[in-house]
Design a protein around this ligand. Structure first.
Ligand code: OSB
Ligand code: MG
Length: 367
């Protein structure tokens, strides 16, 4: 498959409600949207980096520049037999996994379309819907209880509460008292250190399915130490940016669950290898999200149909994020299950009219 053209857009979508996590508040989603072309077909993907380096070190500006000046010129006019060969070409560049994933994922969509197969089929997944949970941002406790109740009512299979120092044990007391049987988890987005071990150990009292990324984004070793001191499984998110990170975490018992984000891990090929490695270690995985538009969420849904995605993911309904999405199909859950979009590739198509109003910049490339 020879890549003969590309379009790189910068897109901005307002969020329906601000989303607050330990590192800050998001009110809008700004992201690179990439189209790759070959043989009259188009493949789509989006970058999951934030404008500022507050989740991981990549930024939207840095990724836009790398895509424009390095990664797209490198793949334009080139022929790739499969997505792995494209990933191999980009692999020598240090890190920048999110920028590389943007190109790799668009190529997977294109490649699956060239084979006239759904993305899930070429990835090795099966089934026509996936289990999903919901990630609830930080807010007043009374309001959080109402949001938990509303989402359980809608059928979401697991509730993930964002926590930060001063908004953790009290929140868990209140929510667990109200919902004794709910599948509950917390996500700290790196806001604790080993000095907080005593506080984190108190979370063992709330029957959480797991504690997501309590410690630093680049510190697998301290997570292993923490895991040896608490009963609740640790789930790593930010720490797992490569297959090697996953191997080190699994071998040292730093994670008993892993949140796979395809856009964080360099793409589908790497995400699938992390999935397989976790399966070998009998460690369950689930698919995280980055408040993606329908393009990124469609990719996440297809990946989530692989067998070891045995815990509910974060890919919830489009209407939770945006008043209007940039795709023609609406990705909405039905009783806590997200249907897999049908058709070749990711199975969703751009709503070009609305996309035009959401586009901040647009650049075409030709081989
Ligand atoms: O840590 O999983 C995270 C959103 C933005 C940045 C980081 C995270 C999240 C979420 C929301 O938890 C997941 C989603 O609904 O897409
Ligand atoms: Mg997380």
């Amino acid at each position: 498959l020879r890549i003969d053209g590309a379009t790189l857009r910068l897109v901005r979508l307002p969020l329906v409600t601000p989303f607050t996590i330990a590192t800050g508040t998001m009110t809008e989603k700004v992201f690179p949207l990439l189209t790759l072309r070959a043989d009259g077909l188009e493949g789509f993907a989006e970058g999951v980096m934030d404008p500022l380096p507050d989740y991981l070190e990549e930024t939207v500006a840095g990724a836009m520049s790398l895509l424009e000046q390095v990664l797209l010129p490198q793949v334009l006019g080139q022929t790739f037999l499969n997505p792995e060969s494209l990933a191999t070409l980009l692999a020598p560049w240090r890190a920048n996994h999110m920028a590389k994933a943007t190109v790799e994922m668009a190529f997977w969509d294109l490649w699956a379309k060239s084979l006239n197969l759904p993305l899930q089929t070429v990835l090795g997944g099966t089934g026509d819907a996936i289990d999903v949970g919901v990630s609830l941002g930080i807010g007043p406790i009374a309001g959080t209880i109402d949001r938990v109740a509303a989402h359980l009512q809608q059928g979401y299979k697991r509730i993930k509460l964002k926590v930060k120092p001063g908004h953790d044990i009290g929140l868990l007391h209140a929510v667990r008292a109200e919902f004794p049987d709910a599948h509950l988890t917390v996500d700290a987005n790196c806001c604790y250190t080993l000095a907080d071990t005593g506080l984190i150990r108190r979370m063992d009292d709330f029957a959480l399915d797991y504690i997501e990324q309590p410690l630093a984004w680049d510190d697998i070793h301290d997570h292993a130490t923490l895991q040896s001191r608490i009963r609740t499984p640790i789930c790593l998110d930010e720490c797992i940016r490569t297959v090697e990170h996953a191997r080190k975490a699994l071998q040292t018992d730093a994670a008993r669950v892993i949140n796979i984000k395809v856009g964080r891990s360099g793409g589908h090929a790497a995400a699938r290898r992390i999935h397989d490695l976790c399966e070998a270690f009998q460690v369950p995985v689930w698919c995280g999200g980055m408040l993606e538009s329908g393009i990124g969420r469609a990719h996440n849904i297809h990946l989530s149909t692989l067998p070891n995605f045995s815990k509910p993911g974060d890919t919830s309904s489009a209407s939770r994020y945006f008043t209007r999405d940039i795709i023609e199909q609406q990705l909405e859950t039905v009783s806590g299950r997200m249907p897999v979009p049908k058709g070749p590739g990711i199975g969703v198509t751009l709503d070009l009219d609305y996309l035009k109003t959401a586009t901040l910049s647009h650049q075409d490339f030709r081989a």
